[in-house]
Design a protein around this ligand. Structure first.
Ligand code: TMP
Length: 211
């Protein structure tokens, strides 16, 4: 299923700096004249934002892993159908802060759900849509934790460094398994330096094949 748009996803452990990097990337793409649709997961539609509030709320600490998985997938399906597919069809660049690789890293690698189950769920939740390029901001979870300065901790962030270490391992495995699509960017160092690495990765990853 090809379309004229470009679908870029940004991934990494909590606190890796991908939201700041998303802002810089979007600014660049817009200044180059592209229509850019910036999104985050879970979220980006009325329904998906409601699910976000629910799935990340620390008061629901009884939530089982399967319930959590399905909530992320439900939010994703709505986002794909309502926003991402139409944007790609009209030729926009979609920059999404997290997508189904988060589900592999968090729900399979870190929570321990079977990779097969998560893969099937991802297939449904993404409505069969795959990113053209995925950038994983790689940072030691301990460093990432130090960077996260906001007071409020959501249900997932509250899991601690060991959990985030497994998340990181999940991302590294994905990059090994799908090296063409999933690219690791070293997230250490100043914001501008990381941004330059993103630009480099983007031009290598797209092989001049878009725009
Ligand atoms: P954010 O803090 O990057 O906005 O992401 C929300 C949290 O949800 C983050 O801790 C990662 C987690 N998450 C999953 O566990 N599975 C998923 O599929 C997604 C999209 C996010």
């Amino acid at each position: 299923m090809s379309n004229p748009g470009l679908f870029i996803t940004l991934e990494g452990v909590d606190g890796c700096g991908k939201t700041t990097q998303a802002t810089l990337l979007v600014e660049d793409l817009e200044s180059e004249g592209h229509e850019v649709v910036r999104l985050r997961e879970p979220g980006g539609t009325r329904i998906s934002e409601k699910i976000r509030l629910f799935v990340l709320d620390p008061q629901y600490d009884e939530m089982c892993d399967e319930c959590e998985l399905l909530l992320y997938e439900a939010a994703r399906a709505q986002l794909v159908r309502e926003v991402i597919e139409p944007a790609l069809e009209r030729g926009a660049v979609v920059v999404c802060d997290r997508f189904y690789d988060s589900t592999y890293a968090y729900q399979a690698s870190a929570r321990g759900l079977s990779a097969n189950v998560v893969s099937m769920a991802n297939n449904l939740g993404s409505c069969g849509l795959a990113p053209d390029l995925t950038i994983v901001f790689d940072l030691d979870p301990f460093e990432a934790l130090k960077r996260a300065t906001h007071e409020a901790t959501d249900r997932v962030e509250g899991e601690g460094t060991e959990f985030q270490r497994k998340v990181r391992d999940g991302y590294l495995k994905l990059a090994q398994d799908e090296p063409h699509r999933v690219r690791i960017v070293d997230a250490t160092g100043p914001v501008e330096v990381v941004h330059a690495r993103v630009r480099q990765t983007l031009s290598e990853g797209l092989d001049g094949g878009w725009g």
